[in-house]
Design a protein around this ligand. Structure first.
Ligand SMILES: C[S@@+](CC[C@H](N)C(=O)[O-])C[C@H]1O[C@@H](n2cnc3c(N)ncnc32)[C@H](O)[C@@H]1O
Length: 427
């Protein structure tokens, strides 16, 4: 990684983060003093009379500097949501590493689980952390020591993970909530150029450095899961292992207006199902598909086969919808007619074309005949607004990516359109 990684923060931000040091000293002193006579505390995330580290951080350092440094500690609820489906994968020999560990918030649950379920595990050797900021590491060690009293947590070390990824090499589990600030992609990066979210670099660095069979568990900004700019990043990462969980979680916390998701993957295990784009898009917060909101079918008129008899009506074809003016073509047809509001999508569509699903909104309530080169999407709620939203979903790059992966031939099928994930409208 070159120096252009941009993680050399401005001096003022570095000095601001140093404001945390007195808090770390106070925490250490408190834990040292209490070790002699107190029983181990009930609270698995460390015992201290003062504020929790994330509260202290926000009280001591202006939020703009926290943002610039990418320092937001994970609260207990989010840590629980991250770990609860995964704790059972820990064994007596598991090694859990957070390479940007802050005050250790993502390590309390695995430490508690190991000591409860696998009493022969060595917590000091198997729970490890690294960070750029010494006062965070001191706080993490003190907090863990306040719970696991016979341990020294000597594997918590000062490291720049982007320059020294060795800390994750013998891990069975790497957990992270890395910094999310914008930085410059290094020259060696072949999945992005220019500005990039630092979290994308951290996750890629981890996945590329971890051993086959190990598990990556990360809280990442949602733009990596859903943004068109990160399609190459997603594709590269998917090639490094098997995606186990891609789960949108919503806002990071009440004070931090960034949407996040959980990524869980096993490194080196092939992706068996091959529908990776769909996996990235499908999420706990958007399990809805187009077929949940629309009836989807192929237009019934077969141009050169169906007789020109019966009532005359407007006739919609791919060709006349593509012309800019309102279609005037009419024909006689004895079969089923349809009326707006609806969305019509051309079945002819080659991979790589943008958008992959070319859509036309049809609002006219008069019945029309529809050619079989068109797919009709009729809103179950019969609302124009639902059609307008569908048009946005179909023109979104993520939908094109999904369809490109789902269907490589030069036409769309009803099945592939029915299963298009319904993207949430941007806030
Ligand atoms: C968003 S905080 C999360 C801390 C902790 N993992 C948690 O979830 O509470 C990101 C942490 O990354 C650390 N950090 C930033 N750049 C780093 C780097 N290059 N190498 C290691 N740690 C880094 C920061 O000091 C900060 O503690």
């Amino acid at each position: 990684m070159s120096k252009s990684d941009g993680l050399l923060l401005s001096r003022s931000v570095v000095l601001q983060v140093k404001l945390f040091a007195p808090y770390a000293s106070e925490f250490e002193a408190f834990v040292d003093a209490s070790l002699g006579y107190d029983d181990a505390p009930e609270n698995a995330s460390g015992h201290f009379d003062g504020p929790a580290p994330y509260e202290a951080l926000r009280a001591l350092i202006p939020v703009k500097d926290l943002r610039a440094a990418g320092v937001f500690f994970t609260g207990p609820e989010l840590a629980e949501r991250l770990w609860s489906p995964t704790l059972s994968s820990l064994t007596e020999t598991s090694i859990v590493v957070d390479p940007a560990c802050g005050a250790g918030d993502l390590l309390f649950l695995p430490a508690a689980h190991l000591s409860r379920m696998h009493p022969r595990a060595s917590i000091t050797n198997q729970i490890r952390g690294a960070d750029l900021e010494d006062s965070f590491l001191r706080t993490a060690r003190a907090r863990l020591r306040s719970v696991h009293r016979n341990e020294d947590f000597s594997h918590f070390i000062l490291r720049d993970f982007l320059h020294s990824p060795d800390v994750v090499r013998d891990a069975s589990h790497v957990v992270m909530n890395p910094p999310f600030f914008a930085t410059t992609a290094p020259d060696t990066c072949d999945w992005a150029a220019g500005k990039v979210n630092s979290a994308a670099l951290f996750a890629m660095q981890a996945a590329e450095s971890m051993a086959p069979g190990s598990r990556l568990l990360a809280i990442l900004p949602d733009v990596l899961r859903s943004g068109a700019r990160y399609a190459k990043w997603r594709s590269r990462l998917s090639g490094l292992g098997q995606l186990i969980r891609v789960q949108a979680l919503g806002q990071f916390d009440q004070q931090t207006d960034v949407h996040v998701f959980v990524l869980e993957m096993i490194i080196g295990a092939p992706n068996f199902d091959g529908v990776t784009a769909a996996k990235w898009m499908a999420s706990a917060s958007s399990p809805v598909k187009v077929s949940d909101l629309f009836e989807v079918r192929v237009g019934p008129v077969v141009p050169h086969r169906d007789p020109e008899s019966g009532p005359s009506s407007l006739y919609l074809t791919t060709k006349n919808l593509a012309s800019r003016s309102h279609p005037h073509q009419r024909r006689q047809y004895n079969g089923k007619l349809y009326n707006g509001p609806m969305v019509l999508v051309s079945r002819t569509s080659r991979p790589g074309q943008l958008p992959r699903a070319r859509a036309t909104l049809w609002l006219d309530a008069a019945p029309v005949a529809v050619e079989n080169h068109l797919i009709l999407l009729m809103p179950l709620d019969q609302e124009v607004a639902t059609c307008l939203r569908l048009r946005d979903v179909l023109s979104d790059q993520r939908t094109s990516d999904y369809l490109d992966e789902r269907i490589r031939c030069r036409h769309l099928t009803v099945g592939s359109v029915r299963e298009i994930p319904w993207l949430e409208a941007a806030a």
